[in-house]
Design a protein around this ligand. Structure first.
Ligand SMILES: Nc1nc2c(c(=O)[nH]1)N[C@H]1C(S)=C(S)[C@@H](COP(=O)(O)OP(=O)(O)OC[C@H]3O[C@@H](n4cnc5c(=O)[nH]c(N)nc54)[C@H](O)[C@@H]3O)O[C@H]1N2
Ligand SMILES: Nc1nc2c(c(=O)[nH]1)N[C@H]1C(S)=C(S)[C@@H](COP(=O)(O)OP(=O)(O)OC[C@H]3O[C@@H](n4cnc5c(=O)[nH]c(N)nc54)[C@H](O)[C@@H]3O)O[C@H]1N2
Ligand code: SF4
Ligand SMILES: [Mo]
Length: 762
């Protein structure tokens, strides 16, 4: 059971010491922390961070959280004044007045020439709810552009689409994270929580010790390693093999009578179509396409089948969870849908027997995907094409419904066409470093340079900001107030502790983004509607989302400030409170779908899933997959500036199986060149006997020649428009060796049956 979490109510002051109760600036686990500043006259402030009691982290923090305050003290590279590119081609400090005047003049010029859609906006799942909401409104109302999308397209879009199709609604974890503590079995696909959310691992301990932790990952990640204790399983498919693997597990579940017949008939539609579509994926057929032995596929199905049967009879629950490893593919939606379908077959979602969840990634990855910065969406997960949703938002925003644009281009398309025919000519970026994190980053950088106007708001000069015409210095984390929605759908308070550093000149210094949009809107002829106070924006979010799927209307700023961290949806009518197991007051919908799913008939949807052609590397090629180190966050703008983190992982690396390294003339510690038709990257080889021999793994955190996204292709999932980040054909050679013909784009062929290395087999 969860220890009681005290309500996290605000700030305390003793002498020159002040502490705020807040949450980590990085990932969606949103670990609670007490952040303290000691103000010393004549000396720089000093900061300390302590993990605090909250159900997701229970006092623990990872190395990133522990060192988060170091970024508050950086002076030499913190952006403190707006920068404007001069005639000499260099960025020079300027005043806000000059910077904003330039931005507005250029926006007007571009829109006069190319229409409102000539200017685009790129947002982020790292922004607070208030900033996300205001950015979506700014794009539609002040710029009048359809061209807004955000980095969550590269993160949560496949799982979000799949959950919406299957359940009618997408909340990453539709249950409290602490429900996992009681699990006997957890199937974790393509997620490396031991590195990406270390305090999360404590919630897997129950499943781990009872031998029920099953991790699916082409390499023996730190999380896969957890299966070594207690008799869990590590299954190592070839990258992209997950879809057929899941369909085959489902085939065995159906064939061997493990399906939850009663639950399926009461709560689910589409079973027959799904059953027909998986019927031919018997394990012996699936093993060639997945790189996983038929015996292992059966073993997974039987373990899940037995555990779920016991759970339905009142035993410990069973969960199926997905991460980016299975979702960031050109068939990521189908793969997430297959995971959900398996959970439905076993009778888990919306029941006490367990459930399905996706592990949201960015700090506000959940709120960020529901406040209207997605190109096809309005706040509350309203649809930008639905007449009733448009009418509601037009009323809230005080504009004509006809003036609201429709959907624009999703992230990859926006970035791959900008600066070219048919693409935007101006782009405003808030909270993303696309020069490093977007697919086919080489093309993205070329396109950034081709724009007439690139405006980047950041607190450091990211690699994307380096390309900008105008850089706007903004507030970071502990310098601003706001709310964030964590991976369980709980709405949390981010609290301001300190003022931003001042700058040398007058009329400069970092400003809040709410202020920036207020000022830009005013200059663009929208003098009202863009408040600078986050509490005021939050009040508008309540109205905007009232009656919508992601309903925040029953919340208010003071309630969240009082530390209740409610779970959405919170329609006004349910604002009554519910006592949790721990006595902590909780408001909102802790467990979703217990009575009904969110489709109009209350039922979840199964449907036929038909995999497309299977791609496999051509002879001589390897599959590159990408991901994360514990010490670096995303494009690394922040964590590459924390010395302790940079020292641990100072440069790009590539994990290569020792046999593969030998075959390619490489040894541990050598510099290698990884290449294909998109580009090349250079990385230091780390020999890893835990990775498949046909697969190599590189983190995407680095700039310059170490940018893994120089290699990723512009392929996207047709349903979610997620990019293919985790299955890229490449060649590998020692740095300095002569170049052989680069690998082309994915070649469609019968898949190579490459057995996982001995170490990765069970
Ligand atoms: N340290 C750190 N933590 C983070 C972040 C960070 O940048 N750094 N980012 C945050 C964000 S935004 C996100 S989205 C989450 C991401 O969190 P995760 O989803 O855990 O992160 P990844 O490392 O991208 O991928 C997870 C695993 O998928 C495996 N994988 C790769 N290809 C495949 C495949 O085809 N199939 C399967 N089954 N597995 C595959 C990789 O080997 C990797 O171990 O982390 C959050 N937390
Ligand atoms: N190859 C490969 N590529 C990937 C992935 C992968 O697994 N493999 N994962 C994808 C995923 S899941 C994600 S989420 C993306 C993330 O990649 P990005 O979108 O690049 O995310 P960050 O590196 O977090 O970039 C955030 C930038 O915004 C700044 N920033 C932080 N907070 C704020 C704020 O409040 N306002 C403003 N204006 N700026 C702020 C930071 O300093 C930083 O420069 O990368 C994607 N790219
Ligand atoms: S796990 Fe995520 S939220 Fe927790 S301390 Fe680490 S980066 Fe911060
Ligand atoms: Mo992400």
């Amino acid at each position: 059971m969860t220890p009681t979490a005290r309500t996290r109510t605000g700030s305390t002051r003793t002498g020159s010491t002040r502490t705020v109760q807040t949450h980590c600036p990085y990932c969606a686990l949103q670990c609670a922390m007490d952040l303290t500043v000691v103000e010393r006259p004549g000396a720089p402030d000093s900061f300390s961070v302590d993990g605090a009691s909250f159900p997701t982290n229970q006092g623990r923090l990872c190395r990133k959280g522990n060192t988060a305050a170091e970024l508050l003290t950086r002076r030499h590279d913190r952006l403190t004044a707006p920068l404007l590119r001069g005639d000499d081609g260099e960025l020079h400090p300027t005043t806000w007045e000059a910077a904003l005047t330039h931005v507005v003049t250029e926006i007007r010029r571009i829109q006069d020439e190319h229409g409102p859609d000539g200017v685009g906006v790129f947002g982020s799942g790292g922004l607070t709810n208030e900033k996300t909401y205001a950015l979506g409104k700014f794009a539609r109302v002040a710029l009048g552009t359809a061209q807004i999308d955000y980095n969550g397209r590269f993160c949560m879009s496949s799982a979000s689409k799949a959950s919406t199709l299957a359940f009618g609604l997408d909340r990453g974890l539709p249950f409290p994270l602490t429900d996992l503590d009681a699990a006997c079995t957890v199937l974790l696909l393509g997620s490396n929580v031991a590195d990406t959310m270390p305090p999360f691992v404590q919630h897997l301990e129950g499943a781990q010790t009872s031998g029920g932790l099953i991790v699916v990952d082409p390499r023996r990640s730190a999380t896969a390693e957890l299966t070594a204790d207690g008799g869990g399983l590590h299954i190592a498919p070839a990258p992209g093999g997950d879809l057929i693997l899941l369909l085959s597990v489902a085939q065995v579940v159906l064939e061997e009578g493990f399906a939850a017949e009663d639950y399926l008939s009461r709560r689910v539609t589409g079973l027959d179509a799904f059953r027909r579509s998986v019927a031919h994926w018997w394990p012996e057929r699936a093993q060639a396409a997945t790189g996983v032995g038929a015996d292992q596929i059966r073993l997974v199905a039987r373990r899940l089948g037995h555990a779920a049967r016991a759970a339905r009879a009142g035993g410990d629950p069973v969960y199926i969870l997905t991460g980016r490893g299975v979702e960031q593919h050109k068939d990521g939606t189908d793969t997430a849908r297959a995971a959900i379908s398996l959970a439905l077959l076993l009778g888990l979602p919306g029941s006490r027997a367990g459930g399905y969840g996706t592990l949201t990634g960015q700090g506000n990855g959940q709120g960020g995907r529901e406040m209207g910065q997605k190109t096809d969406q309005l706040p509350g997960i309203r649809s930008i094409t639905d007449p009733a949703d448009r009418a509601h938002m037009a009323r809230i925003w005080g504009v004509d419904e006809e003036s609201l644009p429709g959907p624009g281009q999703p992230a990859a398309q926006l970035l791959h066409t900008m600066g070219r025919d048919g693409g935007v000519k101006g782009l405003l970026v808030h909270g993303s470093n696309v020069a490093i994190s977007a697919p086919d980053a080489g093309r993205v950088v070329e396109n950034l340079r081709a724009l007439d106007l690139l405006v980047v708001a950041d607190f450091f000069l990211s690699e994307t900001a380096e390309e900008a015409d105008v850089v706007l210095p903004v507030l970071q984390w502990a310098e601003e107030d706001g709310t964030m929605t964590n991976l369980e759908g709980r709405v949390l308070r981010r609290r301001k502790l300190v003022e931003p550093p001042s700058s040398a000149g007058p009329d400069s210094g970092p400003r809040s983004e709410l202020w920036i949009w207020h000022e830009l809107a005013r200059r663009l002829g929208r003098p009202s509607g863009f408040p600078v106070d986050p509490a005021e924006v939050f009040a508008e979010i309540r109205q905007a989302t009232a009656g919508a799927a992601a309903d925040y209307s029953g919340l208010d700023w003071d309630l969240i400030d009082a530390g209740h961290a409610p779970y959405w949806p919170v329609p006004s009518a349910t604002l009554s409170g519910e006592a949790s197991l721990t006595g902590e007051p909780i408001i909102g919908t802790t467990r979703m779908f217990l009575e009904r799913f969110a489709h109009p008939d209350g039922k979840a949807r199964l449907a036929a899933i038909t995999p497309g052609k299977i791609s496999a590397p051509a002879p001589g090629q390897l599959t590159l997959t990408t991901g994360r180190h514990m010490e670096h966050y995303q494009s690394g703008t922040q964590t590459r500036r924390v010395p302790a983190l940079l020292d641990t992982h100072p440069e790009a690396t590539v994990a290569v199986h020792p046999a593969t390294a030998l075959e390619h003339g490489l040894d541990d510690g050598d510099q290698a060149v990884i290449a294909n038709a998109q580009g090349e990257m250079t990385a230091r080889v780390v020999c890893d006997a835990g990775i498949r021999t046909d697969t190599i793994f590189a983190p995407f955190h680095y700039a310059g020649a170490g940018t893994a996204n120089r290699l990723t292709q512009a392929l996207t999932d047709p349903q979610s428009r997620m990019a293919e980040f985790k299955n890229t054909p490449v060649t590998l050679r020692p740095a300095g060796a002569s170049r052989t013909a680069p690998a082309g784009v994915t070649h469609d062929a019968e898949p190579a049956v490459t057995a996982p290395s001995k170490e990765t087999r069970l």
